[in-house]
Design a protein around this ligand. Structure first.
Ligand SMILES: Nc1ncnc2c1ncn2[C@@H]1O[C@H](COP(=O)(O)OP(=O)(O)OP(=O)(O)O)[C@@H](O)[C@H]1O
Ligand SMILES: [Mn+2]
Ligand SMILES: [Mn+2]
Length: 678
């Protein structure tokens, strides 16, 4: 017989008592001990790892990344940035703990300071010091900040210090790029975003694990390993070899060059001149990768006119050397840099002396007298002619108070080329964040004919009119009015010129087609007059957002004839009036009014998470590339809106488009690091 001795599942004789004690951090935050995350894997002596709910508030989202949302908020009354990662799988939670462990170890003024974290369910959050000036990429390319050479050198030096510190404690950042450099009020840089960082000794293991988990070196493998953003990635990373700390040196070199030139890597035309063969302004991901890896393609190096000392330029070139062993370490970079800065200070003095003496001469030079009419500035003055008295700047931001609305996350880019024509008659504008509102954006393209005057006038006039709106008008009415008022003002100005300025030809009747896309929160309004076109890519498929207004369209032909206009088949197609215009709506074309109206057709679309991007272009693109082809081309292009625009325009040029080509691409949701690659 078997007897069971009772095994004691009873409580032990005593329960260990957890002693909750409190200490204070330098910032005056209270730390409750034991100070660990829920799992007990993250520790810190100085950073609280769990917080009472009353200690913090989240205010507004300031950035929605692919893997997290960053809010501004407060912690014990002080302004902070709160990074809330999107945690959907257990992998994501492991990643959070890993990032937190790492952040707890960091303490350097060149690195974004973690002041607290909350690492217990249901909330996982990082609290960082708030850096008022946002990230360096935004500063350079959205605000178009151009730093003085001294500012650029200071930022370079401080960033190098931060990376030297990281490498010395054995950490590789793996995502060095201007978007991960935050600026404080004094324009000092702080390296952020340790989401991809690893300890040097783990790099090999991490690579192998990812390799094994995906079975073969494609698909998942690439996605996990090709970290960072493509254009900042070192050749060895692009070749899917193991990352080293020298891969950070490469990304640092590319980033510093971007700081000096103000140009997004590979978008400068000068680069194309250097890049031969396959590239020819035609970057698919594979081609860019191949060119970087095997042809040694690099962004156009900053010129000495940027004020950068030649030794710094050669240092950048060594940083982006194809052979990682030939790249300097951050110890080397700092040593070299101090020599450079030492020299630069003395040369600045000399240069100043030179400029001062030469400035005497420049006062003697006389500005040449310009007779040409500047239609851009005429357009800028539109407010004077439309509003007699003052106006209020108001916005639609409170158009809908519903805070649970879907709000797209935008990034945008454009490319314009005169193609085979001798003159450029297309114009366009990008005005994200109208009135400084995060959720109102407008973009527009104007395709001029019979001269560029109407397109030049409208590109300044339309955004001006929209900026000074009466917010009681609906966006649809506002757009319509802006088109019509611009047309009236332009024709009035042209007639004035005809009357008083003899040097304008009598039969000079320029016009332009126009398309604008206005985004207000989750609504997209496309206003179109003419044959520019906009499409929306939703869940992988193209949807037209505008209809072409041309005389070959029966509806338009009937509209024109019902107003008394004449439409005739001439040469190859239907054309309007004595001027034989193909388009039936436009701004300008004074001799064809009112038949060729400036009144736009407007579509309204409610945006949702399925909406990927918007493409707007002049007919130079659409003549030779179909809606579906546009979607397919973007599918295999580097997911950067500027590059996609350029790729589409150059594709059209290659297919023989003989018109000016302007393309605007607006991504409507964040592109994750992985998506940017595949
Ligand atoms: N401490 C801060 N102060 C001010 N702005 C911040 C701060 N931290 C983050 N941001 C803003 O949020 C953006 C995203 O932050 P971060 O790069 O850490 O998030 P992420 O989700 O990893 O983004 P990514 O999509 O680049 O991987 C930054 O580029 C910056 O504009
Ligand atoms: Mn980032
Ligand atoms: Mn990240």
């Amino acid at each position: 017989m078997i007897t069971f001795t009772s095994c004691s599942h009873q409580r032990p004789a005593y329960t260990p008592i957890i002693v909750y004690s409190q200490t204070k951090t330098e910032m005056g935050l209270e730390i409750t001990h034991p100070n660990t995350c829920i799992r007990g894997c993250c520790h810190s002596d100085s950073i609280p790892l769990h917080l009472p709910p009353s200690s913090h508030t989240l205010l507004h989202p300031i950035a929605r990344g692919a893997e997290s949302v960053v809010y501004d908020g407060t912690l014990d009354g002080k302004k902070v940035a709160v990074k809330k990662p999107v945690l959907s799988t257990s992998d994501d939670i492991n990643k959070f703990h890993k990032e937190l462990q790492l952040l707890c170890k960091l303490n350097h003024e060149g690195i974004a300071t973690l002041v607290a974290a909350h690492a217990r369910p249901p909330n996982y959050m990082f609290f960082f010091k708030f850096y008022e000036f946002g990230n360096l990429s935004q500063k350079l390319h959205v605000e178009e900040w151009s730093p003085s050479i001294d500012q650029a050198l200071k930022i370079t030096r401080q960033l190098a210090n931060a990376l030297q510190y990281l490498h010395n404690i054995g950490i590789v950042h793996r995502d060095v790029k201007p978007a991960n450099v935050l600026l404080d009020k004094s324009m000092r840089p702080h390296l952020a975003d340790f989401g991809l960082s690893e300890y040097k000794q783990d790099l090999k293991k991490v690579t192998m694990e990812n390799w094994r988990s995906s079975g073969k070196p494609t698909g998942g493998f690439h996605k996990k390993n090709m970290v960072g953003t493509l254009i900042y990635m070192a050749p060895e990373v692009l070749r899917k070899e193991i990352h080293t700390e020298k891969s950070d040196v490469y990304s640092f070199g590319i980033s510093i060059n971007e700081l000096l030139t103000g140009v997004v890597p590979y978008t400068d035309l000068r680069t194309e001149a250097q890049a031969h063969t396959v590239l020819e302004m035609n970057y698919t991901e594979q081609q860019l990768t191949a060119a970087v890896v095997s042809e040694g393609l690099r962004p156009a190096l900053a010129g000495t006119e940027s004020g950068a000392p030649p030794r710094l330029l050669s240092l950048i070139q060594r940083c982006w050397d194809a052979d990682s062993d030939s790249r300097p370490s951050f110890d080397d970079i700092i040593t070299e840099f101090d020599l450079i800065i030492g020299n630069n200070n003395s040369s600045t003095v000399e240069e100043n002396a030179v400029t001062e003496s030469s400035s005497d001469d420049s006062t003697k030079t006389v500005q040449p007298f310009k007779e040409n009419i500047n239609w851009f500035s005429q357009g800028e003055n539109i407010l004077k002619s439309v509003y007699e008295s003052g106006f209020d700047v108001k916005s639609w931001s409170k158009y809908s108070e519903n805070s649970s609305l879907y709000v797209p996350v935008l990034s945008w880019g454009s490319f314009a080329t005169c193609g085979r024509r001798e003159t450029m008659e297309d114009t366009h504008f990008l005005m994200p964040r109208l009135w400084n509102e995060d959720d109102i954006h407008i973009f527009g393209i104007f395709d001029g004919h019979r001269g560029a005057a109407a397109a030049e006038f409208s590109v300044r006039a339309i955004p001006r009119l929209l900026q000074t709106l009466d917010c009681t008008k609906s966006p649809t009415d506002a757009l319509k009015e802006a088109f019509i008022n611009t047309d009236i003002a332009f024709r009035k100005e042209l007639n004035n010129q005809h009357k008083y300025k003899a040097f304008i030809q009598k039969d000079y009747r320029p016009g332009c087609t126009a398309i604008t896309a206005l985004i207000v929160q989750n609504r997209l309004y496309v206003a179109n007059a003419g044959d520019c076109r906009a499409i929306l890519c939703r869940a992988g498929c193209p949807y037209p957002l505008s209809k072409d207004h041309v005389a070959s369209c029966l509806e338009e032909r009937e509209r024109v004839t019902s107003l008394g206009g004449e439409v005739k088949w001439q040469l190859d197609t239907w054309r309007v009036g004595p001027a034989a215009l193909q388009v039936t709506r436009s701004i300008g074309d004074d001799d064809l009014k009112p038949w060729v109206t400036a009144e736009p057709e407007i579509t309204e679309t409610v945006l949702s998470g399925d909406d990927e991007y918007l493409v707007m272009a002049s007919d130079g693109l659409w003549d030779v590339v179909s809606d579906l082809e546009v979607v397919n081309i973007i599918k295999n292009t580097v997911k950067d809106p500027g590059m996609c625009s350029k790729r589409l325009a150059t594709e059209a040029a290659q297919r023989g488009s003989n018109d000016n080509i302007t393309v605007i691409v607006v991504f409507l949701r964040p592109v994750s690091t992985a998506e940017r690659i595949y």
